[in-house]
Design a protein around this ligand. Structure first.
Ligand SMILES: [Zn+2]
Length: 189
């Protein structure tokens, strides 16, 4: 039978059974450094780093190659690799705090992976929000931070042929069926 609804949620984050190649990974490292004109990331010594000083130096050199980094390509293509769904009866009262937490988590994630970015934060209703990220591990990290800050629980599920991690965070207290459940059923294939 088809698996169009994706895997069931589990309460623990598991690595993909078969790690798929990220379609945005740079399979062949280019010769010489590259700079991303959008976010100023620099590709050198086979990895991307965020370093404004290095960017300014390379950007002033007309021979430096320019290309969107994988994170900016995903943002351009609206291709998330992590989606965090937030459901909580008190979500609207805490929305500013939650948005602040997401900004802080992004700053912290960037120090580990400069390509971990928030793509989009959408508020659907008084108790439903969604955060799209360029990285599954970063989505997992946001889920953990929400539990630490507010309680509640998270569940994880791989979707889209294991290229997308869905993290569902349920805030503490009672929750009625909401829009995100229906949306999740229609989106998760
Ligand atoms: Zn970039």
């Amino acid at each position: 039978m088809s698996t169009r609804r994706g895997r069931r949620y589990t309460t623990s984050y598991k690595e993909r059974e078969k790690a798929k190649q990220d379609p945005y990974a740079m399979l062949r490292a280019p010769r010489g450094p590259l700079v991303c004109p959008r976010c100023h990331a620099v590709f050198a010594k086979k990895r991307w780093v965020l370093d404004e000083t290095e960017f300014a130096k390379l950007n002033a050199d007309k021979t430096t190659k320019r290309s969107l980094c994988p994170a900016c390509q995903k943002i351009r293509d609206a291709y998330p690799e992590g989606i965090v769904t937030l459901r909580w009866s008190e979500l609207d009262e805490h929305e500013a705090e939650i948005r602040g937490l997401i900004v802080n988590e992004e700053a912290r994630a960037l120090s580990v992976n400069p390509l971990a970015r928030v793509m989009k934060v959408v508020t659907f209703s008084r108790r439903d929000m969604e955060v799209q990220t360029t990285s599954d591990q970063f989505a997992q990290r946001i889920g953990r931070a929400l539990v630490r800050a507010f309680g509640g629980k998270t569940a994880y599920r791989w979707a889209h042929k294991d290229m997308l991690l869905r993290v569902e965070w349920l805030g503490p207290g009672p929750i009625a069926a909401t829009r995100s459940q229906a949306a999740m059923r229609s989106v998760a294939r």
